[in-house]
Design a protein around this ligand. Structure first.
Ligand SMILES: Cc1cc2nc3c(=O)[nH]c(=O)nc-3n(C[C@H](O)[C@H](O)[C@H](O)COP(=O)(O)OP(=O)(O)OC[C@H]3O[C@@H](n4cnc5c(N)ncnc54)[C@H](O)[C@@H]3O)c2cc1C
Length: 646
């Protein structure tokens, strides 16, 4: 119990089978109830989101015979944020014969997540990873190939094998085109009703079950209710709570947060991934940051001047006056240490005054060795589009001078709590992809998000949702059901309120200020004092938002300020919960580094005796206290140890 939260009952993942981990997924699928093909046509499933998770889920459910209604806020399903993914997707195919296996991918992922993920889920993810590649190849995804025609692989952080499949620096785009084409086929057949430019603003819960959503047509402003037998959220991550991040500008938490307010527990909100290789911030004009793919660390070497205050141009600093600090501190993994470790190491050298570029907030990522060893054409073939992107943004040529990089917010491991079936605590509400909390623990390894999104969408959800739908079709609902009317009215009231405030500060100015608070106090390093301060600042800013925000225009037409106001209002509540979660977790784990909990040499220090659990939070309105439910984590196979990459 604390001033900030209540302690609730523990929760358990009752869907996960026990017994040998290798057969759990097979046994779960066999134990799950089936829906016969003729009955599937009578069942409607809403899928919110058309990224890799939602696109794959919608296509597969429709292919299986369900009637699917899909929603996204972009003007086309293929513009979902997944399209931005650059570097690759993991799979335990062991094509390189370098010692990879399902067990090793499982092991790396549990360890990479700093022993804060569920073993059953992670093992299943590793198993399913091999099917994903076959599925995508069959769809025509143009993965990179070796000279002999076999699929090529590269390495990502936290592993010592090459298991990352890629399509140059556009892996997400190519995978999404595969999922999108599969969706389009089903749209053409009339099995998917696609609703682009529609934003979900509320979840409809009837008799304790998720039965629909309220959406706003972003072009006409019309508000409608959409009803179904089950709802799947595939609405992505919430990194934009920090304002500046590598995520697409539209990424937000609204769909998840609306479900959270309706009773879905929100798990591990404080676990945020800060990616080490992003183009440093260049001024206050920016509204987003740009990722330079982790794949670049296969060949790029990270360094800073050995001496603080050395402002010479990189080419003028001789080898023996450089510090290749990742290779020095972590000789086994070198430049391919996981993201949380590389990010903190970059922060440390910058804090020591050895950072490079404006404000000293940058480190070099240098390809001179790789160009010397492989030749420029080979480097161009692997990373050409990334180099071009860097040059366009910074005006510097990375073939001639090292790139400058700095950590930035990139991914959120937290999300709605789901059981092994990917079902939230609201029956009938399933959550897939980055929107759920599963699989990555406190830190996600590179190239694992695409794997998880596609595993969830193509393979896991389609197998588990049937177990729930077998009890349907559920009672037919009408638009005038009181729960439906209430949900629609609450959306209308909230939108009207934004428009009525008529204050004098823009939505963006609030969002930017909130982002500063989050980055400062709930970013790469967190302290009890800072988090307590942040909670006070967030509350003050949130109150001010509801008094002073200015949303011009009306609701009955395209109004992007109105859209943003709703998203930022939800970010305020999420931000507070993130800080409370970070405050209660008085240990360091993965992306959550508490300065009070570190080893003598500055590494993250977990406290397994007190924190080996998933923190799943129950909503309380902004004046109340959220309730903490703990799901204990058992490690039968990969026993928690000090995570070392040295
Ligand atoms: C720059 C960048 C590069 C990356 N590179 C890699 C990589 O190489 N490998 C890797 O594994 N991972 C990578 N990631 C992470 C990965 O891209 C994402 O985690 C993943 O694509 C998320 O997929 P998703 O389907 O869960 O969500 P998204 O792709 O974010 O899709 C969310 C969908 O939900 C919809 N939506 C959201 N809210 C609403 C709402 N309220 N109403 C209606 N629709 C809504 C959106 O319209 C969208 O269609 C990268 C991330 C970034 C930012």
């Amino acid at each position: 119990m604390s001033d900030l939260w209540n302690d609730g009952d523990p929760i358990a993942d009752t869907a996960a089978p026990d017994g040998p981990i290798e057969t759990r997924w097979e046994r779960r699928k066999f134990g799950a109830k089936l829906v016969n093909p003729a009955n599937r046509r009578k069942l409607t499933v809403i899928v919110v989101g058309t990224g890799l998770a939602g696109g794959a889920a919608a296509a597969t459910l429709a292919e299986a015979g369900y009637h699917v209604k899909s929603y996204c806020y972009q003007d086309s399903p293929r513009r979902a944020h997944s399209i931005a993914a650059q570097g690759g997707i993991n799979a335990a195919k062991n094509y390189r014969n370098d010692g990879d296996s399902i067990y090793r991918l499982f092991y790396d992922t549990v360890k990479g997540g700093d022993f804060r993920a569920r073993e059953s889920n992670v093992y299943r993810l590793a198993q399913v990873s091999v099917n994903i590649i076959d599925q995508c190849v069959a769809q025509g995804v143009p993965f990179a190939r070796e000279y002999g025609g076999l699929l090529d692989n590269r390495s990502f952080g936290g592993t010592q094998v090459s298991r990352t499949f890629y399509a140059r620096g556009q892996t997400g785009q190519q995978l999404l085109l595969g999922a999108y084409q599969a969706m389009e086929r089903q749209i053409g057949l009339g099995n998917i009703e696609m609703n682009a430019r529609h934003e979900m603003l509320e979840l409809i819960v009837v008799d304790g079950k998720a039965r629909g959503i309220v959406v706003r047509d972003l072009v006409s402003g019309e508000i409608t209710t959409e009803l179904a037998d089950a709802v799947v959220l595939a609405s992505g991550g919430y990194g934009n709570v920090f304002f500046l991040s590598t995520n697409a500008k539209g990424c937000n938490v609204t769909a998840s947060w609306r479900a959270h307010r309706k009773g879905a527990l929100f798990a591990n909100p404080c676990y945020t991934q800060i990616h080490p290789t992003c183009i440093p911030e260049s001024g206050t004009h920016q509204s987003k940051l740009t990722l330079m793919s982790e794949s670049l660390r296969n060949d790029g070497r990270v360094w800073v001047p050995a001496r603080a205050g050395d402002h010479r141009a990189p080419g003028d600093i001789p080898e023996d006056e450089r510090d290749y600090y990742l290779e020095r501190i972590y000789p086994s993994f070198g430049n391919l240490v996981p993201r949380d470790i590389a990010s903190r190491a970059a922060k440390n050298v910058c804090d020591e005054g050895r950072g490079v570029g404006p404000g000293g907030l940058g480190v070099y990522l240098d390809f001179a060795d790789a160009i010397g060893r492989l030749g420029r054409p080979a480097v161009e073939a692997k990373y050409g589009n990334l180099f071009e992107m860097y040059q366009r943004i910074t005006g510097e040529d990375p073939y001639l001078a090292p790139m400058r990089i700095y950590p930035a917010v990139h991914y959120t491991m937290g999300g709605l709590w789901v059981d092994y079936d990917l079902q939230s605590t609201i029956p009938g509400l399933f959550v897939v992809g980055e929107a759920n909390f599963s699989d990555h623990g406190a830190n996600r390894l590179g190239a694992s998000a695409l794997m998880q999104g596609l595993a969830d969408g193509y393979f896991v959800l389609p197998a588990t949702i049937g177990n729930y739908l077998a009890a349907g079709p559920f009672e037919k609902l009408r638009d005038d059901h009181p729960a439906v009317v209430d949900a629609r009215a609450s959306v209308r009231k909230r939108l009207d309120r934004f428009l009525e405030i008529d204050g004098d500060r823009t939505v963006d100015s609030f969002h930017r200020e909130l982002g500063h608070v989050m980055w400062e106090y709930c970013g790469m390093e967190r302290t009890e004092e800072g988090l307590t301060k942040a909670i006070g600042l967030i509350r003050g800013l949130r109150d001010e938002f509801w008094q002073r925000v200015k949303v011009p225009g009306v609701g009955e037409q395209l109004n992007q300020n109105l859209e943003k106001a709703g998203r930022v209002a939800d970010f305020f509540e999420l931000a507070e919960l993130m800080c409370i979660d970070a405050l209660h977790r008085a240990e360091s784990a993965g992306g959550h580094f508490r300065a009070e909990s570190q080893t003598p040499d500055g590494e993250a220090l977990r406290h397994d005796d007190r924190f080996s659990y998933v923190a799943a939070w129950e909503y309380a309105d902004p004046d109340g206290k959220p309730t903490l439910h703990k799901e204990a984590l058992d490690f039968e196979y990969v026993h928690p140890s000090t995570r070392s990459y040295k």
